[in-house]
Design a protein around this ligand. Structure first.
Ligand code: NAG
Ligand code: NAG
Ligand code: NAG
Ligand code: NAG
Ligand code: NAG
Ligand code: NAG
Length: 404
């Protein structure tokens, strides 16, 4: 897939131009490649060098591809040594890197690390420190497109933080060699820093820009919003053809792939290959004029920067209206106007006929699409008719729709 990047969409986040504030913030850092991975450690080092307060809480081992799974170990101690053998088996499942007290490992998924950091590490060891910004990565390997958005542990740890009211940014890069932070090349053929350092510096550039553009005390991103950044392959180990990419505003769909199954008759097993589908590239939300992040990182030396939200609802419009109409009258709609006072009026339909007002109890199996003013137990989709009856007698016989 090749495309040309419209000139107008090229946004170089020049550090000096738009900075209105330069101040240190409190950062929680995580990833999915593990607490000892080269790129996250370079990011940690550069953020601290900029004066930020940084606590890194990341998986004890490679937890790539875990998405938003929240898995906490059931074992008090590590049953095997951590990645790169840095922490021995038998050590506690949560602990500090002996070489740096602000670097923590936990034997859980990236999302679990986010929660352990917010609910245990920061309250217990950092005097209840609040967090201004969660940062994930930079990941070894790209996480571009909706399929990888859901699959990536780096993005999963990030949307876990966003769900906990924090602004969050996930960083991924096309360099996918999984290296320890103890292996960062001081010199390279190109004369430029190690790719891990450059990925980290690109990520710092985004943080600096965002912090600089905000007012003191102001949230760095609106509630429920995050950013996903995908950086191209950095070539500094061999040449200087891509060592200083520009930043481009993108969207998540566009050029994106999902999986398809590949059957191997020799082994009798299945594998996967990429599949580019229409569905995964349909622009439903956001600005459809922006280029897709997959297209941008695949096509040259540019960093794709997509803004997302964790509200997965379909947008208003004929597509949603059509689906909702198709579901009616089986599935009732909330009445357009809210009821008087704080009670919300909800349109309710019995799937099976009811008798009359406060008449005999209907078939307890009949489904209601019930009321926000009803108790929580019956306000769920599919609450049983008998429960609704007990809570409120205002129902009618054999009516298509009615209001409570
Ligand atoms: C990390 O896990 C992912 C997903 O299971 C795998 O593809 C990758 O090879 C692993 N990396 C290492 C260094 O083990
Ligand atoms: C777990 O670690 C603690 C402290 O390091 C140690 O005292 C304890 O014996 C360990 N337990 C097991 C089952 O390894
Ligand atoms: C942290 O906050 C919680 C609840 O707000 C409080 O119970 C706890 O004592 C605080 N811990 C410290 C170390 O300040
Ligand atoms: C990078 O550093 C490692 C470890 O010191 C070394 O083995 C490797 O050859 C270096 N690679 C390059 C391209 O300089
Ligand atoms: C630079 O290195 C990259 C990967 O290391 C390679 O794909 C590319 O062809 C090289 N470019 C030049 C101009 O040598
Ligand atoms: C099937 O698996 C075998 C054994 O791993 C491998 O050598 C072969 O290349 C595979 N075939 C395909 C079509 O991927």
């Amino acid at each position: 897939m090749r495309f040309s990047i419209p000139f107008a969409t090229i946004v170089t986040l020049t550090l000096t131009l738009f900075v209105t504030r330069s101040s240190a913030i409190s950062i929680l850092l995580g990833n999915d490649d593990g607490f000892a991975a080269a790129q996250v450690r370079e990011f940690y080092r550069l953020l601290k060098a900029d004066g930020h307060q940084v606590v890194l809480v990341a998986p004890a081992d490679n937890e790539s591809g875990q998405g938003g799974r929240s898995v906490f170990t059931t074992s008090r101690n590590l049953t095997v040594a951590s990645e790169f053998g840095l922490i021995p088996a038998g050590a506690p499942s949560l602990g500090r890197d002996p070489a740096d007290p602000d670097v923590w490992y936990y034997n859980g998924t990236p999302a679990a690390c986010t929660y352990v950091a917010l609910d245990y590490v920061l309250p217990t060891f950092y005097d209840n420190r609040t967090v201004d910004l969660y940062l994930g990565g930079p990941n070894f390997g790209l996480n571009a497109g909706p399929f990888y958005y859901t699959l990536s542990g780096t993005i999963g740890g990030t949307y876990a933080a966003i769900g906990r009211n924090l602004p969050g940014i996930a960083f991924s890069g096309a360099n996918s060699e999984q290296r320890s932070y103890t292996w960062i090349n001081q010199t390279t053929v190109s004369g430029y820093p190690d790719p891990a350092t450059i990925h980290a510096q690109l990520a710092v550039d985004i943080v600096t820009q965002l912090v600089g553009a905000s007012k003191p005390g102001e949230r760095l991103l609106p509630l429920g919003y995050g950013i996903s950044v995908n950086a191209p392959f950095i070539t500094s180990l061999t040449n200087d053809s891509c060592i200083s990419p520009s930043f481009i505003q993108t969207r998540i769909t566009g050029g994106a792939v999902t999986d398809r199954t590949v059957y191997n008759a020799t082994t009798g097993t299945f594998g996967f290959a990429n599949e580019l589908t229409a569905a995964i590239n349909t622009c439903i939300n956001g600005d459809c004029a922006l280029p897709g992040e997959t297209d941008v990182v695949d096509s040259g030396c540019a960093v794709a920067v997509s803004v997302f939200s964790i509200d997965y609802d379909a947008p208003l419009g004929p597509a949603q209206a059509g689906v909702r109409q198709a579901l009616a009258p089986l599935v009732g709609f909330e009445k357009a106007e809210r009821g008087k006072g704080s009670k919300r009026s909800i349109m309710v339909k019995a799937r099976e006929g009811l008798s009359s007002k406060c008449g005999p109890e209907p078939d307890p199996g009949s489904l209601f699409f019930a009321s926000a003013s009803a108790p929580a137990s019956v306000s769920q989709f599919g609450a049983r008719a008998s429960e609704v009856m007990q809570s409120d007698c205002k129902y009618c016989a054999n009516t298509d729709f009615f209001f409570m």
